[in-house]
Each structure stands twice: as C-alpha cells, then as structure tokens.
Design a protein around this ligand. Structure first.
Ligand SMILES: NC(=O)c1ccc[n+]([C@@H]2O[C@H](COP(=O)([O-])OP(=O)(O)OC[C@H]3O[C@@H](n4cnc5c(N)ncnc54)[C@H](OP(=O)(O)O)[C@@H]3O)[C@@H](O)[C@H]2O)c1
Length: 340
C-alpha cells in the first residue's frame, strides 16, 4: 500500500493541564528509506509525558508535539530497502522513541528502532516495558555498573522505573533498599528488598543500621537535598546515579538544570562517582544497542523473569483521563493507551 493512511494522534499545542492533550487528524505517508509504517496497538504513559505536557521537561520544549516514549504495533508496510527478515506485514514490533510521538494510531518509524515481539508475549505487557525497563538496564549496567551482591538504594522503588529496577535487581541478586510511601510499600513484598517508608523513617539511619559503611549505588529521581544525602550514604568507591530531578512538581525544569550541575560538582569530590542517565539521548547515540536490549527484555518477560505491572488501560481518545489518573496516583502499575 503506498497511499497515505489517515489516522488520529494526540497533540500538545500549548503547555498546560491534561486538557492540553487534544486529538488531531493526520496522515502517515508511504514509508521513506529505512522506515516501516506501523499500525499502533498500544502506547505506554509515563511521568515524563506529564512533565512534557506541562512544559517542565528539558528535552521536549518544542510544540506542537505528540507525547509518549514507547509503543507497540503491527507492521503495515516498509520501504523497499534492506530490512530484517522478521519485518513482514502483520509482525508485532515495539519501540522506545528517542523524541516521543507514541500517542498515535499510526507511525512511520526507523527500522533500527524496532524490536520484534515474540509470540506468547502479551501486547500490553510489551507496551509496558520499553521506557521503564530500558532505563533500569541503563541505570544498572551503564551508570551503576552493578554486580551481584552490591548494596543498592532505590528511591521511589514502587514507581515505574523503580519497580523495573527492583525486578531486574532481584534477578541480579543485588542487596536492595527501596523507598516508597506507606500506601505502596506493600508492593515491595516478594522482592528481596528492605522497604523504607520515606515519609515516616529516616532513610539514611535505616541503611546505616544495616550497612554502616554505606551502599555501593544510590538511584535518585528526586534531586535537591536528596543528592547530597545520597552521596553521603555511599560507601567508598560508590556511585550516585541521578535519572530525574522531580521532587518539586512545578519547579522541575529549573531543578533539573540545578540538579544536573549539582550532580556534576559532586563528581569532583574524591573517592566516589556520580552519573546522570538520560535514556532518550542514549537511544539516539546507539539505537541498535537499545533494540537488542529491548529484545533481551522481551525474552526475560516471556520467561517471567520480569513481570511488567499493568495498572489500567484507556482508549487513545481518553489520553487526558489517563494523565489525570496518573497525576492523582490512582493507578498502581503502568497506564497504557490502546488504539482501536
Ligand atoms: N532519565 C531517564 O531516562 C528517565 C526515564 C524514565 C523516567 N524518568 C523520570 O524518572 C522519574 C520517575 O519516573 P517514574 O515513571 O518511575 O515515575 P512514577 O511511576 O511516578 O514513580 C515515582 C515514584 O517516586 C516516589 N516518590 C515520590 N516522592 C518521593 C520521595 N520524596 N522519596 C522517595 N520516593 C518518592 C513515588 O512513591 P509513592 O507513590 O509511594 O509516594 C513514586 O512511586 C520521573 O521524573 C521521570 O520523568 C527518567
């Protein structure tokens, strides 16, 4: 088929609350060189989408834009240039998109971003994996250089990325501490992880009581005072890894700039290391590696070594409702948009 395909997508034209998510009609032309045209089946919704919608996200300040870092779909057709043998019409594929664009019914995507979804893996489970689990892999391997037996503190352990870190960390036999609030702390049961209620308990004291020397890695998405506290909690040779600076909704843009600088300054102190993870930039730098990592994650999910938690599904037309549910913290687990 070489005709453009008319379809709908969600567009943010003005930063604002969830009502800023509007449906727009558009058309996907025949795929260009290196591209495949995908009928989207489902797209993951994440905290970063909310930040981008509000204008709080450093890497998405351009408007209009379509939010969404991850999608799964079926191949409609592709350009005639060389493609992998599995890329045939009807094949299910997934992608983590370095510049967003997932909230759409149809997309022309670079083939080098597409990972095949194995038979037997549920479409929604595949949609819940790319952003959170690729970020967690990057945090563990690239930035934290985690090894079996390492002691690790995971802030926000029941969030999307935190849960992925705990699942992959359990699989790798890390000794983990995880912070969460009382309402979600129970979800850490079943992991080999020491739960800490960050609202009621002194996180550093709980960790020091068991590991007086400190931990090998701290994963932080909060920024602000948490950076200094995390750095202090590191054992000699340890690493503080930041992946967001999001403790103060409404101030995230400025806090990100300040937090990134603070992280870099802490790295000048001797005996410990700091790092900052930005998955979109890492995918842009090496898309093929991330496609392979996504394929690996699908294999782990198929074996049930990791189990993405689906919280709720909303039709694409209700993207605003999906964002409201995420912002009210009503849903435990990943929110997915589904396309008819
Ligand atoms: N660097 C990257 O490439 C990358 C990739 C993906 C996401 N991110 C960013 O990472 C951040 C987290 O994303 P997410 O999808 O995991 O968000 P999420 O699902 O909303 O999880 C955030 C978690 O933080 C916890 N939390 C809130 N305040 C806390 C505090 N003071 N101390 C400890 N934990 C606290 C919450 O726990 P309770 O609900 O129990 O309060 C919640 O579980 C977002 O800012 C997102 O934009 C970055």
């Amino acid at each position: 088929m070489s005709e453009p395909i008319k379809h709908g997508r969600i567009v943010v034209r003005h930063f604002g609350d969830a009502a800023a998510l509007r449906r727009a009609d558009t058309a996907a032309p025949a795929p260009g060189p290196g591209q495949a045209r995908i009928r989207v089946l489902a797209a993951g919704v994440g905290r970063t989408d909310v930040m981008a919608r509000e204008g709080e996200y450093l890497f998405q300040r351009r408007r209009p834009f379509t939010p969404g870092y991850e999608l799964v779909g079926e191949v409609i057709d592709h350009h005639a240039d060389a493609v992998p043998p599995w890329l045939v019409p009807g094949a299910r594929v997934a992608a983590c998109l370095p510049r967003m664009g997932g909230y759409t019914e149809c997309a022309n995507l670079p083939v080098h971003l597409l990972a095949p979804i194995p038979d037997g893996l549920d479409t929604l489970a595949a949609a819940a994996l790319p952003l959170d689990y690729l970020t967690a892999l990057s945090l563990l391997d690239r930035h934290g250089r985690a090894r079996p037996g390492d002691t690790v503190l995971v802030h926000g352990a029941t969030g999307g990325v935190g849960d992925a870190l705990c699942q992959l960390g359990t699989h790798r036999r890390l000794a983990m501490y995880g912070t969460a609030s009382e309402r979600s702390l129970h979800r850490l049961r079943g992991y080999d992880i020491v739960p800490i209620d960050y609202r009621q308990e002194d996180v550093a004291r709980v960790v020091r009581a068991r590991h007086p020397e400190g931990v090998r890695i701290v994963y932080d998405h909060l920024g602000g005072p948490s950076l200094r506290a995390g750095h202090r909690l590191l054992a000699p040779g340890g690493t503080l890894v930041s992946y967001a600076f999001a403790a103060r909704p409404g101030h995230v843009l400025a806090d990100t700039v300040r937090g990134a600088l603070h992280n870099r300054l802490l790295n000048l102190l001797p005996g410990k290391r700091t790092a900052i993870c930005s998955l979109p930039r890492e995918i842009t730098a090496d898309p093929s590696r991330h496609r392979k990592l996504l394929t690996h994650l699908f294999e782990l999910a198929l074996k049930q070594d990791i189990r993405p938690r689906i919280g709720a599904c909303f039709p694409l037309a209700q993207a605003a409702e999906a964002h409201r549910a995420l912002e009210r913290r009503q849903v435990a687990g990943k929110i997915i948009l589904t396309m008819s």
